[in-house]
Structures are given as C-alpha cells and as structure tokens.
Design a protein around this ligand. Sequence first.
Ligand code: ADP
Ligand code: MG
Length: 729
Amino acid sequence: MKNLRFEVVKEAFQKRPIAVNIPKERPAEIFGKYVFTRKKMYKYLPKGTFEQMIDVMDNGARFDRSIADVVAKGMKQWAEENGVTHYTHWFQPLTEGTAEKHDAFIEFDSDGGMIEDFSGKLLVQQEPDASSFPSGGIRNTFEARGYSAWDPTSPVFIIDDTLCIPTIFISYTGEALDYKAPLLRSLKAVNKAAKDVCQYFYPDVKKVQTNLGWEQEYFLVDLDLYNARPDLMLTGRTLIGHGSAKNQQMDDHYFGIIPERVQNYMKELEIEALKLGIPCKTRHNEVAPGQFELAPIFEECNLAVDHNMVLMSLMKRIAHKHSFEVLLHEKPFAGINGSGKHNNWSLSTDTGVLLHSSGKGPKDNLRFVVFIVETLMGVYKHNGLLKASVMSATNDHRLGANEAPPAIISSFLGKQLSDLLNHIENANNEALFDVKDKKEFRLDIAEIPELFIDNTDRNRTSAFAFTGNRFELRAVGSEANCASALIVLNTAVAEALTQFKQRVDALVERGEDLNAALIEVLREDIKTCKPIHFEGNGYSNEWEEEALRRGLDCERSTPLCIDSYLTENSVKMFESMNVMTKNELIARNEVKWETYIKKVQIEARVMADLALNHIIPVATIYQTKLAKNVKSMLKIFGREEGEVLTSRNLKILREIAERTQLIETGVDELYEAKKAANAIKCIRERAIAYHDTIIPKMEEIRYHIDELEMKVNDEIWTLPKYRELLFIR
Ligand code: ADP
Ligand code: MG
C-alpha cells in the first residue's frame, strides 16, 4: 500500500526556494506606493480640499460631506492610474478577520452605455447587508441593516485591482458592530483625558496620540503538509500529534539563520507590505522551530491596527505563492511555544513622548511619573477586563497553560522605576519639595534620563512590562485584532487620568497648591495600584497564590473571564468614557460566547473525524498484522514458547486494542457532552459547558492517539507527524 504521507513529506522536503522579484527601487522609494498618502492627496486634490482633509486627519475636524465628491474623484483618478477597477469598504467585523465586498466602478450612463463612476456618497457611506455578521442580538432587537462609514484618519489603499476604504461598521441605530468604531472612541477618550492632565505641566499641548508597535509571531508550514492535516486546515492547530524528539530544547532556532525558503517569503512579504505603507523593520526566527516574527516601526494606534489586519491577510496570500501556509493560531503545536503579538503601547504629544522623562527637570519628571502611575491605575482597576480582552478559544491554550505570559495581568517596572515610586510614596514632603520655596517641586532625580534610555533588565514573564518609553502588553494573541485589547487599555487609562484630574482639581479648589495636590493624589494612587506591580517570576506557582491574595483576577476559563465586560466597574468605565454602551457590551459578549462555542465545536467534530476515520482504522491494520504474526508464531513454536517469543507483540497488540477502545468510548462521550451542552439555552452557560466538558474530553482522546502514534508502524501512519511539520528545509 502506498503511503501518501511519505510522498507528501518527500515532496515538501525537496522544494526549492521561490525566487523573489526584488524591485529596483530602494525600500524608502516603494514605501506607500499603493497608499493614498498625504503627498498623493496634495497631488490629486484641489488645494482647499486638501487642507480640509488635513484638518480632518490631524485635528479631528468633522468631515464635510460637501467635499466628498471632490475627494472621491481624486482618489479614483489615482486608483485608475494604478489599474484599479473596483472599490470596497474594508471593515473589521467581530469575526476577527476583515470584511470586504467589491464593487466595480462601472455605472450605466443615460444612453445605456457604460461609464466608470465613484461618487462621494459611495466613498463616505454604504449599507452592506449586516445580517450575516455577528451582532450579538443587536440585529434582532433593532434592525438588520448595518452601515459602513469611512474613517478618513486611515488612508485608503490598493490591493490588487481594488481600492480599499477603511470604514467603521455600525448598526442602523448606531451601535458598533466592529472593532474600529470603539477603538476610535477610546482614542478620543485618551486624547481628551491625557491632554487635560498634560496641560498641568505643559499648557501648550494640543493633542495626545496613542502609539502602537505590534510584533507579529507566526508559524510557517509547508503547504502540502498542511493540506494533509485536516485539523490544521479546519481549526488552525494540530488537535493530535506526538511531540517531536527534538523541538526547541537546544534553543538553536531563536535568532538562528533563516532558511532560504523562508527568507524569500519574508522578503516578498516585506516588499508588498512596504508598498502598502506598513513600515516593516524587524524579522527573525522565534523560539519554536518553524516560528518567526515580523515587527514594524510603531505608528499611531488606529493606523497600526489597520496595518496589522492588512498584514495578516497579506501574509497568507504571499505564503501560498511560496508553497507555505501561515499559522496565526496562538498554539498550533502542543508542547512548544505558541505565538503572541506583543503590543508596545505609548502616548505622545505633539511635542514629545509621555512615558519617558526628558530629564528636563523636576516638572518633567513629575509629568512622567504621573503618566506611569495612572497607566498602572487603569490596568489595576481593570486587570480582569484587560485579560478578558485578550482571551479567546485559541489564546486559551497559551494563556491558561503555563506559558508566556501567565493568565494574570501584572506589571513589571524595573528596579529604578520601582525605587522611584517607593521614594515618592515614602519620602516626607521636605524631601520632595524645596524647603525654601515650598511651592517649587523638587523631584531631583538626576538619574532619570540615562536610566530609562538604558532599561535593559527586561522581565519576560510579565504581561504588562515597562520597557523604557512604553509598556509592552504581551498577552495579546497572534491571531487577534489588537483593537480588542487596546479598546480596554485606552479606556482604562483615560478613566484613570480623568479621575486623577478630578481629584487634583478638587484639592486645588479647596485652596491647595497645585504641586502639592498633584503629589498628594499621585501618592494615593501609588499606594492603591500596588497590587498590580510585580517584579518577580510570573510563571511561578507562588505568584498565582500571591496574586489571589492581592485580589487580582486569576480566572483561566475564557467564558468566565468574559464576564468582566459586564461588571458594574467595566460598564461604568465604558459608558463614562463614551466608548461603549451597556447594550453594546451585552451584544458583544453574546458574540464572544458564541464564537467560543463554535470554535470548540468545530474542533470536537474534527477530533471525532480524525479518531474514527484516520486513527482507529490505521491502528486496526497494524493490530491485524500483529495478530497474524502472533498466531503463526504460536503455531510454529507451540503455545508456551510462542508466548515468550512474541511477548512484545502481544503487549502492543493488547495496548492497541485497549487504546482504540478508549478512543472509541471517548468519542462517544464527546458526542454526549456536546449534545448536553447544546441543550443549554443560556449562551454563557453553554460556553462554560463547552469549556468544562468538551475540552478535557478532547485532551483525553488526544492522549491515547498520541500514544498510539508511538506504537503503530510508521509506514502506515497517514498524518504528517510533528517532526515533519515543524522543520523547514
Ligand atoms: P523586542 O522584541 O525586544 O520587544 P522589537 O524590536 O521586536 O523588540 O519590537 C519593539 C516594538 O516596539 C517595535 O514595533 C517598535 O517600533 C515598538 N516601539 C518602540 N518604541 C515605541 C514607543 N515609544 N511606543 C510604541 N511602540 C514602540
Ligand atoms: Mg517585544
């Protein structure tokens, strides 16, 4: 019998690198080639319109519909010069991918002929049928219609023959059905709150911008091997598979030499990403074999989120050209590292970075400390919610499973910053204020500048680490839309800053000096948010006990974590910051539970299919072979001697028989558990049942399958093994 697996593996290992067309131009020249950048706006739009657009993009001015036709005309002209025939409103529904429906520019003219047209109306707003997108009941209770509306702060871009227009996606009644709408609202909230606090120190500051630099981890698998694994194809991860004898234990992959096939893939990906305005900067091998990372230079948060979404789909498209499949799943392989997407987050003003001290004296130092502490306050008060924002059926396997980072949100600050906070908390006012002139604040810590530029003592086990001029949120999953976490982080920080200002102002109103008031409230907050500050090993068991004592959220189950969205604390935060209403939150939670259920449901089906149609039949073939051998041995040597001589085969024969039996009953029980879970009316309870009963059952089945993989003759095993999937030649 021919073994397909052998053929596929042989083919995969013989593949040669696919050549890449390296453009003649330097990277800086191709950067943004397919983006309607400011420079192009200047060229294709009348001067007045251009200026209005800049005002909209930079200062958040309202987009005046009267210029829509002019803008659309300029865009269309540029697009046509690049061979574009179609346009689409490009949006980010709650499915975690992006959505687009392409329309051609063509319209009938009055004589029944055809013209190409693109009006301002079509640019600004459309009405895609929302009924097939998850809406968590908003659709049922209100209206089926959804609107996509242009987000002029993110530039339009071209993919292939299509002009892509970034849009928000909202219901007829204005509820957000996507990630972008609440993200934009959260950015507005941070801008307002941070600007107000900033003005205590620098009254001229007009705007605070949120920045995001994501680091995208991913796995590559040969496309033919991928196609031979139904579990990878349908669920994005391997549901079964015994670990490879060699995996990441030698630490020889991390930062190692990138295989040529992969290098060519990366080159082409970067070239195409640069053309789309994504400032790719870093590429390297990651810890696990077959695992890599791409990181761009950080950008304004909304744009960076869009770029990450564009990049993820670009990665897939280009991978196919190189005969790879990209795995963005957080945990494609058991027993080795999973993939995350570190979110480097910072705030900056029109004049400088906020989470960094310029060292320009006490005032700037105090400003720096205030922003650090209020960020911690936001994260502390909403640590459970922040975790919920990154939890998913897929990230579950990474966060809940003793892997970086743990399922507890805490913040690492480094020794110097920790000492500084302690100093402020404990020093008496004489030490903080100049004695002669009580009014002058004296945070005379000359070390600040050098210290934070060179902050190298990183703690890799922390979920939210300060790294010199930014915080790095490491819990985000590789597959996730960064917006989910950033909506929470931004809103929490906005709330903390708003409350900080309210309390400072109240003290000033009562006659207290401003600097004294700032210090007083700051001190209070340093004390309050202490539980979130942790410098130790986030993976240790002691930390979990300690975190529980500190009152931090230690829940590991995704369906339960999601409850955090609906606590009074969260609803109050979202509503007071005008980011989401209670209705929207309820609806989105429905979507989250539903998505969770569906993902696990698909996995359970694939698992049952693999067990019954691949594993048991193959194991049975080998079992029959062994049985025949034993039978003939007994015949030749007689029962007594024969049993001794075939003891090994007898043992394996028994093991195969027992394990296939256990797998079979396991699958039956899996069906039963699924049936019982599906009968539960409440979607939250149903998700909990899927988490508590289906997943453990799948793990049990997997255990026996993986044991069988080590017993059954390699020659007849049909599914590519870990050692074949993980190493790219
Ligand atoms: P590491 O893996 O050591 O954390 P990388 O160089 O892979 O570092 O990624 C760092 C990321 O942080 C990059 O995307 C970078 O642009 C981003 N970054 C650097 N400074 C800031 C900042 N002030 N705000 C936000 N992101 C930043
Ligand atoms: Mg990093």
